[in-house]
Design a protein around this ligand. Structure first.
Ligand code: FAD
Ligand code: NAD
Length: 400
């Protein structure tokens, strides 16, 4: 067992919530004021909000990686590369898969989310999901493999059929990228573009349910012009090795099924005994887990209710980042005997890419579409990179 001295702050996950907590602690704490340890499966942070691009192959996955060495001051933050296996909140310790045990005085859980399959048969086994660098690398390779097989088995039109299940933001952003990639793939693999189908299937009566209807219509028009087909109001009932079966019984044969039907919290949190709703912890106003004054939960693992709508805020990088700031500030206050500050999300807006040069968004009350929305999206990405690693990281990763 690795023993840490007091006050021991242990952060699980170097995503938007966990890494921002770590970098803000690094900035705000004096040397030796606390022992801060960050545990992450990889030695890099990934920009989850960009993953639809390397998944489709329109950008390289390396671009979505940020080396943790570049943003962590190891004199202030101990970095442990490892996979969390379990959290024991009452024993105040965390176990890693390699057997290491880490004790804590304060714990920050930022392990992100997992695909929500709603128990739909076959999804876990046969569908891909856009979650990590590992997962998107595999999607890109699989798409290329399907193209490479087609001319060898030309009766297999299903190799060129790509089903995307769920037309939420992830589904919409991905089909925009994939549609941009198809012409290049067709040239590379000598395939007639007319044979390729991208079908985005959505259970709700509209794509992007709950979003501004005028912008949804714009998005669908742009994507349809690029060749994306939509099946709206059409739940997927089952996924098989050959494709999907819809609730109306129809089967769509497809060589590739990508599930973008929603997310739930991390199973490790669910198994820890902390109260959860679909894997997400309904935190108090200081982001603490119910019944635990020393356990904070940030990002997609946390759930906070929007009092205006009486519904949970959607899990976003925007909220995770703001939670990281608040959590670090409160940990510093706890260590110095100061007052805790409640967390209040400040929603700046939503921006979604539709592929090259096209996006939609709402900033405040202002609707944006087309190239102006695409520019705003790039600026918002830049802002996050600046928060994380200053001007050098922003310039290194920026997409102009
Ligand atoms: P994550 O960023 O997912 O980080 C979790 C971290 O925990 C990872 O580093 C992971 O490696 C680590 N981890 C997980 N399990 C373990 C384990 N067992 N042991 C050790 N480490 C572990 N939101 C927006 O606000 N704007 C957007 O434009 C936007 N675009 C998106 C586009 C896509 C394609 C997707 C999929 C999501 C998008 N989102 C967007 C949502 C956003 O990415 C998430 O809400 C955000 O990543 C949540 O941050 P997090 O810190 O909770 O988790
Ligand atoms: P989501 O929950 O937002 O969307 C999932 C979609 O899948 C929904 O429209 C749902 O009706 C549909 N669906 C569910 N079951 C289905 C079924 N059986 N058949 C067909 N369709 C089905 O999930 P997401 O798009 O993965 O997004 C996850 C979170 O990340 C959200 O909070 C989202 O706001 C955020 N996100 C934000 C952005 C952005 O701001 N640009 C981009 C991606 C994701």
């Amino acid at each position: 067992m690795i023993e840490l001295s007091t006050s021991r702050i242990l952060i699980l996950g170097a995503g938007y919530g966990g890494l921002v907590t770590a970098t803000r602690l690094q900035k705000g704490l004096n040397y030796n004021e606390a022992e801060v340890t960050l545990v992450n499966k990889y030695d890099y942070h990934y920009l989850t909000t960009w993953l639809h691009e390397p998944a489709a192959g329109t950008s390289h996955h390396e671009r979505a990686k940020v080396d943790l060495n570049e943003v962590l001051d190891t004199k202030k933050i101990n970095f442990v590369q490892g996979t969390v296996e379990s959290i024991e909140p009452d024993n105040k310790k965390v176990k890693l898969e390699d057997g290491t045990e880490l004790a804590f005085d304060y714990l920050v859980i930022g392990l992100g989310s997992e695909p929500e399959t709603f128990g739909i048969e076959g999804l876990k086994e046969h569908a891909f999901s856009i979650r990590t660098i590992d997962s998107v690398r595999m999607i890109k390779e699989h798409i290329e493999y399907m193209f490479s097989r087609f001319n060898n088995e030309p009766d297999r039109r299903d190799y060129l059929t790509f089903v995307v299940g769920g037309a939420g933001f992830t589904g919409i952003e991905f089909v925009g990228e994939l549609a941009d990639r198809i012409p290049e793939l067709c040239r590379e693999f000598d395939v007639d573009p007319n044979l390729v189908r991208i079908i985005n299937i959505e259970a709700a009566p509209t794509a992007l349910p709950g979003f501004d209807p005028e912008l949804v219509e714009y998005a669908m028009d742009v994507l349809k012009r690029k060749g994306v087909e939509f099946l709206i109001n059409t739940p997927i009932k089952e996924c098989t090795p050959d494709g999907v079966i819809l609730a109306n019984g129809e089967e769509i044969k497809a060589g590739t099924v990508i599930w973008t039907g929603g997310v739930r919290g991390n199973h490790i949190v669910e198994e820890s005994g902390i109260d959860v709703m679909r894997g997400r912890v309904k935190v108090d106003e200081y982001l603490r887990a119910p019944g635990y004054e020393d356990i904070f939960v940030v990002g997609d693992c946390s759930l906070i209710i929007n009092e205006e709508t009486d519904r949970p805020y959607p899990p976003t990088a925007q909220i995770a980042t703001q939670q990281g700031f608040n959590c670090a500030e409160n940990l510093i206050a706890l260590i110095r005997g100061g007052e805790l500050k409640p967390f209040k999300p400040e929603l700046k807006g939503t921006l979604a890419s539709l592929g090259r040069g096209e996006a939609i968004g709402v900033i405040g009350n202002k609707k944006l579409l087309g190239s102006s929305a695409a520019i705003m999206k790039k600026l918002s990405d830049l802002r996050y990179l600046f928060i994380l690693g200053g001007i050098s990281l922003a310039l290194k990763k920026a997409k102009f």
